[in-house]
Design a protein around this ligand. Structure first.
Ligand code: PGA
Length: 249
């Protein structure tokens, strides 16, 4: 049976007490969930959520991280700090970071390599804007983000990488890519990865879909052969929205 990887990205939401409350209820509701589930709270709530999740199967992720181990980087959070808290995965290259904070493929690549060096699993996000899609540039954009983002990652390290395909036009807009559209892009991602790492690696890698995933569309998305999980934003903020996604089957 396939296993799915369902991640909740809480973005810049939830105070410490709100994060504790959400994680506590999720821990109970998802105790018997058969999928791999991750939550990515804000940095300020990571340590308390780590405490809440002790003894549960829910993984703890960060939403970003600095590109150096430590040093004079005002405002950044280091991989060592994340590791210290018990974070096991980190979302990198989210389109909000790429577009609003001008993160380049090169910067994202440095973060990917650093996370892997320290045993933290990167969820590398890729995705095109509507303008890029309409201009027929989808494959160039996704191919470049993959090739540049994974530069220097060898085949063994790739096993610890998850890719998240998130069409920018579907994030937080309520517009989901159709399962067919999403699956086609996931298949293209496998083609690119097959060229870089071989067919076996391209088949084995987990590719999440993200962009307005909800309880009522998750099953149709997950039924597609190339979609291995979901990266959920808005619907991860409420138990009643996220639990049915993680428990979709
Ligand atoms: P959304 O966000 O589910 O609110 O569209 C997804 C994401 O940005 O990861």
């Amino acid at each position: 049976m396939r296993s799915y990887y369902i991640a909740g990205n809480w973005k810049m939401h939830k105070t410490i007490s709100e994060s504790i409350a959400l994680a506590t209820v999720l821990k109970g509701k998802l105790a018997a969930c058969g999928e791999k589930v991750l939550v990515a709270p804000a940095f300020t709530a990571l340590a308390v959520v780590a405490e809440v999740l002790k003894g549960s199967k829910i993984h703890l992720g960060a939403q970003n991280m600095g590109c150096e181990e430590q040093g004079a980087h005002t405002g950044e959070v280091s991989v060592l700090m994340l590791k210290d808290i018990g974070v096991t995965a980190v979302i990198l290259g989210h389109s909000e970071r790429r577009h609003s904070y001008l993160e380049s493929d090169d910067l994202i690549n440095r973060k990917v390599l650093l996370a892997l060096k320290h045993g933290i699993e990167p969820i590398l996000c890729v995705g095109e804007t509507l303008e890029e899609r309409d201009a027929g540039k989808l494959e160039v954009v996704i191919g470049t983000q993959l090739r540049e983002g994974l530069k220097g990652v060898d085949g063994a390290a790739l096993r610890n990488v998850t890719i998240a395909y998130e069409p920018v036009w579907a994030i937080g807009t309520g517009k989901t890519a159709t399962p067919e559209d999403a699956d086609a892009v996931h298949a293209y991602i496998r083609t690119v990865l097959s060229g870089l790492y071989g067919e076996a690696a391209s088949k084995a890698i987990c590719i999440q879909y993200g962009g307005s995933v909800k309880a009522d569309n998750v099953a149709a998305l997950m039924a597609k052969p190339n979609i291995d999980g979901a990266l959920v934003g808005g619907a991860s903020l409420k138990v009643d929205a996220f639990a049915p996604i993680a428990l979709f089957r």
